[in-house]
Design a protein around this ligand. Structure first.
Ligand code: GDP
Length: 242
C-alpha cells in the first residue's frame, strides 16, 4: 500500500502573491481631502470605495490595518464633534487609481439627535448620489451582526447593490468568537447582506486582511483598468476626526 500523505492545511496567515500586491497597493493610501457636506466633496472619476459602520464597529482599526498605517483613520469619540467624510487616495504617487472614503460612524448614543438625523441624510445622499461610488464596505461587530441602522443603510443602497454595486460586510473583531460562533455569525450575516459578500475580519489576529485587500483590488481592477489611472488631485487640509 502506498504511504498516505496528509494534505497540507491551508495557511490563512501567509499572503499569496495577489494578497501581497493588494496590500502593497493599499499601503499607498494617503489623505486627499475632507468634507463636512456632500457639496464640498470633489467630483472625481476614480472608483471610490466607501467604508461605513456603526460607531465602535472597528472601522478605523480595519482601515488602518488594511492600509498598514497606524493613524490614517481615527475615531473621535467626542460627542458633538463635527463629522466629516475623509477621502484617501490609492495607487502609486501621481497614478492614483482609486479613492477610499471613510464615512462617519453612526449610532453613537451621545451624539445629539439632530446631528444624527443630519448625518443619516448626508450618508444616504452620498450613497445614493455619489457618481463614482464603486463599492461599499460595511463594518459590523461579528458578535452583533447587522443591526437596525446597518439594515437601514443597506436598504438605501439596495437598488445600487441589485444593479451590481459590489458590497462587502466585514465581521470585525472575529477573534472574540470561537469557530462555531464565527460560522454562525457568517451564515446569519449572509442572510442579511442582500447578496453582498461577507467575510470574517480581525485586525488583532489578522484574519481576513489579505482576503479583504484582494476583494478591494479586484473591485478597482474591474471598475477601472489601470491605463485609466489619473493624476492625483492635490490634497487640501488635514483629515478631520469622525
Ligand atoms: P470605529 O469607531 O468603528 O472606528 O472603531 P475603532 O476602530 O475605534 O474600534 C473600536 C474598538 O474595537 C477599539 O477599542 C478597538 O481596539 C477594538 N477593535 C477593533 N478591531 C478589533 C479587533 O480586530 N479585535 C479586537 N479584539 N478588538 C478590536
Amino acid at each position: 500500500m502506498p504511504p498516505t500523505t496528509r494534505p497540507t492545511p491551508p495557511r490563512a496567515a501567509a499572503p499569496d502573491a495577489a494578497g501581497r500586491a493588494a496590500l502593497g497597493w493599499l499601503h499607498t493610501a494617503r489623505f486627499l481631502t475632507t468634507a463636512a457636506q456632500l457639496n464640498q466633496l470633489p467630483a472625481l472619476e476614480l472608483p471610490e470605495i466607501a467604508f461605513v459602520g456603526r460607531s465602535n464597529a472597528g472601522k478605523s482599526t480595519a482601515i488602518n490595518t488594511l492600509t498598514q498605517h497606524t493613524q490614517l483613520a481615527y475615531a473621535s469619540k467626542k460627542p458633538g464633534r463635527t463629522q466629516h467624510i475623509n477621502l484617501f487616495a490609492l495607487g502609486r504617487q501621481s497614478q492614483t487609481d482609486a479613492v477610499l472614503a471613510d464615512l462617519p460612524g453612526y449610532g453613537y448614543a451621545a451624539v445629539p439627535q439632530l446631528d444624527k438625523l443630519r448625518w443619516q441624510r448626508v450618508m444616504a445622499n452620498y450613497l445614493v448620489s455619489r457618481a463614482n461610488l464603486a463599492g461599499v464596505v460595511m463594518l459590523c461587530d461579528a458578535r452583533h451582526g447587522l443591526k437596525e441602522l446597518d439594515e437601514a443603510l443597506l436598504e438605501v443602497i439596495r437598488p445600487r447593490v441589485e444593479a451590481g454595486l459590489p458590497f462587502l460586510v466585514l465581521l470585525t473583531k472575529a477573534d472574540k468568537l470561537n469557530r462555531n460562533e464565527q460560522a454562525k455569525a457568517l451564515s446569519i450575516a449572509r442572510l442579511h447582506a442582500g447578496g453582498g459578500h461577507v467575510m470574517l475580519f480581525s485586525a488583532l489576529k489578522r484574519l481576513g486582511v489579505e482576503q479583504a485587500a484582494v476583494w478591494l483590488r479586484q473591485l478597482v481592477d474591474e471598475a477601472a483598468p489601470s491605463h485609466d489611472a489619473a493624476p492625483e488631485p492635490a490634497p487640501d487640509g488635514e483629515p478631520e476626526a469622525k
